[in-house]
Structures are given as C-alpha cells and as structure tokens.
Design a binder for this molecule. Structure first.
Ligand code: ADP
Length: 475
C-alpha cells in the first residue's frame, strides 16, 4: 500500500521535477564537500610529513654527530627529542645497529628490540614515510648514517599524530554541512516554485478541458510550450470530429423520425378523409385501404432497411466469412431480381469473364450487390438494360453494375452514399426508395476491405464498380 502510494506520488510530474532540481542542486555541493575535504587531508598530511621529516633529518645528523647511540644521556639531544615529540604530539625512538631501542620518548620500550619491515628497510638506507589514516598517525623511519660511510648505524623512528588534522577536517566538514543545508533549503524553495511554474500549463489544460466539457468554451488553446500547442491542436481536431459525429447522429435521428412519420401521415390523411365522408362507396373504401396498405409496405421497407443497416454497423467485427462461388452468387441475385426487371421492361444481363471464388460474407455481399442491381432497375428508362459483369485478377474480384438509366447529377454524386439521401425525393418515394440502399451497400463492401466507385452521366446511365479482395484480410 505504502509502495503504491510512493509510486503514485512519483507519477506526479511536479514531484519528479522537484526531485530532479534537488538532485541537480544538492549532489554537486555534496560532491564538492567530499572532494575538498579529501584534498585538504592529503595536503595537510603531506605538509605535516615534510615538516616532521626536515626536523627529523636535522636530528639524525645531530644524533650521529654526538655519538648518541653509544651515549644516550646527551642533554642536548634528549631535550631536542622531547621538544620535537611535544610539538608534533608524537613519539620518537632511536634504534641502534643491534635493533635495540636506545631511546623512546614515551619511555615504554627502551632497551627492547624492534624488528619491523620499515626499520629493516631503513637500515638498507631508505627513508620511509607512511600515513595510517585509520589509526590517525604518520610514521617515518630515517636511517642514521655517518658522513664518510653510507651504511646506517641506526634508525630514527618518528610517529606523529594526525589528530589536529582530523580535528580541522571535522571543523571544515561541519561548516560545509551548514552551508550545504542552507543551500539545500534555497534549492528546495526554488525547485518547488519552478516545478509549479512548469507544470501550470498542464493544470490549465485539464481545467480548460473541463470547461469545454461543460460547454463554457469550445476550443483548447494552451500555447505555453510547443508540446501543449500540439496537444491543443490534436484535442481540437478530435473534438471537432466528435462534434461532426454528434451532429450527424442527430441528423440521422431526425431523418429517421421524418421518414417514419411520412407514411403514417399519409395513412392518417387517408383514414380521416374516409371518416369525414358519409355514405362512402365501397370502391372508394377499397381504393383507400389499398393506399393505406401501400403505405404500410413502405413503412415496413424503411424499418427493414434500417434494421439491416444497424445490424451491419453492429456486426462490423463479426463477418461470417466463407469461401463463396461469386459466379453462382451473382446468378442467384439476378434470378431473384429478374421478375422486377421484367415488370419494368428492363433487360438484365450477367457476364462472367472467369470463374471466381472468394472469401466473403455471403449474406452481406448479396445485400450490397442486390441494392446496386435493384437501383439499376429502379432508376432506368423503359426498355433499358442493366449489365452485371464479373472479373478478377490474382488479388481482387471486380463486379461492374452498369445501367442505361436516368443517371445521377454530378453535384449529387458525392452524397449518394449518405443515409436517406435521394436525388429526387418524390420520384424515389414513388418507386419505393428509402435512401438507405447505397449506404448499406457501401458499408458491406468496406467491411470486406473493398472499394466502390461510381461514374454517371445524366440521361445516359450509371456505372458502379466494386472491387473486393479475393482473400479476406482480418484487421
Ligand atoms: P434509394 O432507396 O432511394 O434507392 P439509395 O441509397 O439506393 O436509395 O440511392 C440513393 C439515391 O441515389 C437514389 O435515391 C437515387 O436518386 C440515386 N441512385 C442510386 N442508384 C442510381 C442509379 N443506378 N441510377 C440513377 N440514380 C441512382
């Protein structure tokens, strides 16, 4: 639970920015502090070593000169040894050629034998200086050599405490920490206000979106950053599209209501006119009742078309794909439509260039082609014709529905797939059109990832070209 809360907090851009600024502000000062203190320690130890070494060297000369190894009672040397060990808070031991400690300023180990690696090395003529940071001292061993010979006759061992260096270091560290803390406070203050400032446009964006939702505003416009500008643009585009969808849905609902009301109004008028008359002859009754029957048929057709359209929309995801012989499918469609064509004195011809079988939804494709051929028959001239042809290549099959009909005016071509659109409303109504046929056909074709194109010349005829992939491509 606590972990989740922390994760949630870290998702907050403001918190992330604050942490980032803090890191940028604090890490370098901390690194600087550590670096400076290390450098100070190194320098102080080296200075102390040089000092002690030079003093010790003077001392070694005097020890040799005064033959102190043989007679360690020399007042001058002893007082010097004492003085130096006091000044540097250290311990000095003088070791003779038998590794015996002749003098220990601490007075603890006199006359004892000392055999350490450093002492041995110094007997070989080396000067050794070592810093033991853990225990806080510097130790040096210096050979005692006579001027004329190079051999060491003894060794001077000096160890001095680095406590004063450590003390200085601690003092410096405390001062640095106080400065660091003060600067961290300033950095925190700056970080919080800067983060707030940087995040503000996003908060404004969220608020404006709420205002847009409640209708107080209709555009998002946050230009503070290039990014917010782009998001605003994209949001406005999306919102625009939603508005268009909303408007078209409203228009669709009003169209549906209107279309459904028209036959009802006609029926009401017919019924009222009969009811308003007295002694109505039976023939008139029959005529009016047959008109009412026609209106009911029309209402049923509109409802059926609406239902198949809604079904098509809803079933977009689940097409019932199977391998279908398209030649047979077209033959069947034309066979069904032939009686209607004959009634209109329209010749119906099918031309298949090759056998075609494809992966399609048989019911939906039948609906699409039927609508196209039906239109060819409906909007035709007497003694006209409708030619349906089928061809294919390795990727698609092509169905062409061509008629010798009344054609479609050029300015109407871009609207014919819209729901309820009819070029000539009254004519379409007369021949039983609902304005939904092409919308349904196009929808079905697009679901098969196909395409539909129309070419038309008024008074001459119309061609609908349909192209559908032979193999269904699932998305
Ligand atoms: P409808 O049910 O009115 O036929 P459609 O959606 O099938 O509706 O067609 C829309 C309109 O396009 C029709 O009203 C008609 O004006 C025009 N149209 C469609 N097909 C043809 C065609 N083959 N020839 C002439 N006009 C056509």
């Amino acid at each position: 639970m606590a972990k989740k809360n922390i994760l949630n907090l870290l998702k907050n851009l403001k918190i992330r920015l604050i942490l980032l600024f803090l890191a940028i502000g604090i890490v370098p000062t901390a690194a600087l502090r550590i670096g400076m203190l290390r450098a100070y320690e190194k320098k102080a130890v080296s200075n102390r070593s040089i000092d002690v070494l030079s003093q010790a060297k003077i001392l070694t000369n005097q020890i040799v000169f005064n033959h102190y190894l043989e007679d360690s009672d020399s007042e001058i040397i002893n007082s010097q040894l004492k003085q130096i060990s006091n000044i540097y808070d250290g311990r000095i031991m003088v070791i003779d050629g038998d590794f015996r400690i002749v003098k220990d300023t601490y007075g603890l180990d006199e006359n004892k034998t000392i055999v350490s690696e450093e002492v041995m090395q110094s007997f070989r003529g080396e000067e050794i200086c070592k810093h033991d940071a853990q225990n806080g001292y510097i130790e040096m061993t210096i050979p005692l050599t006579e001027k004329e010979s190079k051999d060491a006759i003894g060794v001077l061992l000096v160890s001095v405490s680095t406590d004063s260096i450590v003390l200085n270091q601690e003092y410096l560290e405390n001062s640095a920490r106080i400065i660091e803390l003060a600067s961290a406070m300033v950095v925190l203050l700056v970080a919080v206000s800067l983060a707030r400032l940087l995040v503000r446009p996003f908060r404004r964006m969220a608020n404006e979106i709420v205002e847009i939702q409640s209708g107080y505003k209709d555009e998002l416009q946050i230009d503070t950053y290039k990014e917010t500008q782009v998001i605003s643009q994209r949001f406005n585009q999306l919102f625009g599209r939603m508005k268009v969808i909303d408007a078209s849905r409203e228009e669709f609902v009003s169209n549906v209501s209107h279309e459904l009301k028209t036959p009802l109004t006609s029926m009401k008028v017919l019924a009222d006119s009969i009811n308003g008359q007295e002694d109505v002859p039976v023939e008139l009754y029959k005529e009016f009742m047959s008109d009412i029957g026609n209106e009911i048929d029309r209402e049923t057709k509109i409802i059926n078309d609406l239902l198949s359209m809604v079904k098509m929309d809803r079933a977009a995801a689940d097409l019932n794909i199977s391998n279908v012989n398209i030649n047979e499918l077209l033959e069947l469609i034309l066979k069904r439509l032939r009686p209607i064509a004959q009634r209109q004195h329209v010749e119906l011809v099918l031309e298949s260039f090759r056998p075609v079988s494809a992966e399609v939804d048989e019911v939906k494709l039948t609906l699409a082609i039927t609508n196209l051929v039906e239109n060819g028959i409906k909007y035709n001239q007497p003694e006209g014709w409708v030619h349906v042809s089928l061809n294919a290549d390795h990727q698609y099959f092509y169905v062409k529905v061509e008629d010798s009909g009344i054609g479609i005016p050029e300015d109407a071509l871009e609207h014919i797939y819209e729901r309820f659109y009819r070029v000539d409303k009254s004519h379409s109504r007369e021949i039983g059109g609902t304005g939904l046929g092409l919308a349904i056909a196009r929808n079905a074709i697009l679901m098969h990832r196909g395409a539909i194109k129309v070419f038309s010349t008024e008074g001459e005829g119309t061609i609908f070209n349909v192209r559908i992939p032979l193999n269904y491509i699932a998305s």
